[in-house]
Structure formats: C-alpha cells, structure tokens
Design a protein around this ligand. Structure first.
Ligand code: NI
Length: 138
C-alpha cells in the first residue's frame, strides 16, 4: 500500500463549485475520491493511446434476420479471435440481438476490431468501453 500524500490545488471558485455539483450528482462523498477516479481515468486513456495491453468491451445490437449480417459479424470476430476473451449473445426479442464482446490485447488491435464491427452495414448500434488490465495502475 503506497503512502497517502496531501497536495494543494488552486482553482477558480466558479470551476470548483461546478465540479462539486457535478461530483455530488455522481454520488461522491468527497473531492479526493472524485479526483482519484479522474486521475485513474486519464492513466487508462494513456494506456490506450500508448498501445499497451488492455481490456475492453464492445457491444452490438443487430437484427439477426438481416441477410448475411450474422456471418459478417462472426467473420470479423474470427479474424480477431486472439484478442477476444468471450462473447455473450442475448436474444432481445424475435428480431434483435445484443452482443457483448470482452476483449484483451493491444489497444490498437481492439480499436481496429471495434471499427470493423461498427462499419458493418445494418448493425443498429455499437458501444465501446476502454478498460485496463490493472497492471499499470497502483
Ligand atoms: Ni440473437
């Protein structure tokens, strides 16, 4: 466990008031935890920009009745099998499917997988979440 360090930050009161209202809505009970999370978020973004080994999740919504769409979605996933840990497929209703693809690998490769899935015609929605393996964070 690393040592707790206190440091002072100077900023305009308008900005601080706005920040306080923002973190209150997010249910933070103090500024320190909100600032820690902002710092962690920035460090995770850095892992992604530096093409580190990361984790992430991609979501897709599509109609499996659309001609050849399922095949295209699967073909792309097989091309990137090395960075896919698991896929969960949920049948939302008679037409629509929701898929969650959990990934681990170099960030550039995961982003490439996401772009390829996103650009498939007739996919109704795609989502993308950057996460971390945790090794670069204290
Ligand atoms: Ni389905």
């Amino acid at each position: 466990m690393s040592e707790l360090v206190r440091f002072g930050v100077s900023l305009e009161d308008d900005l601080l008031n706005k920040f306080d209202r923002h973190i209150k809505r997010q249910k933070y009970t103090n500024r320190s935890e909100a600032i820690r999370d902002l710092i962690r978020e920035e460090l995770v973004k850095k892992e992604w920009t530096e093409n580190k080994e990361v984790t992430g999740a991609i979501t897709l919504v599509y109609d499996h009745h659309t001609r050849e769409l399922v095949t295209k979605v699967l073909d792309v996933q097989h091309d990137y099998h090395a960075c896919i840990l698991s896929t969960q497929h949920i049948h939302l209703d008679h037409h629509n499917c929701f898929e969650i693809i959990v990934t681990k690998g170099k960030s550039k490769e995961i982003e490439e997988l996401y772009q390829k899935l996103k650009s498939i015609k007739n996919v109704k929605h795609t989502g993308f979440m950057m996460a971390t393996k945790g090794n670069y964070l204290p």
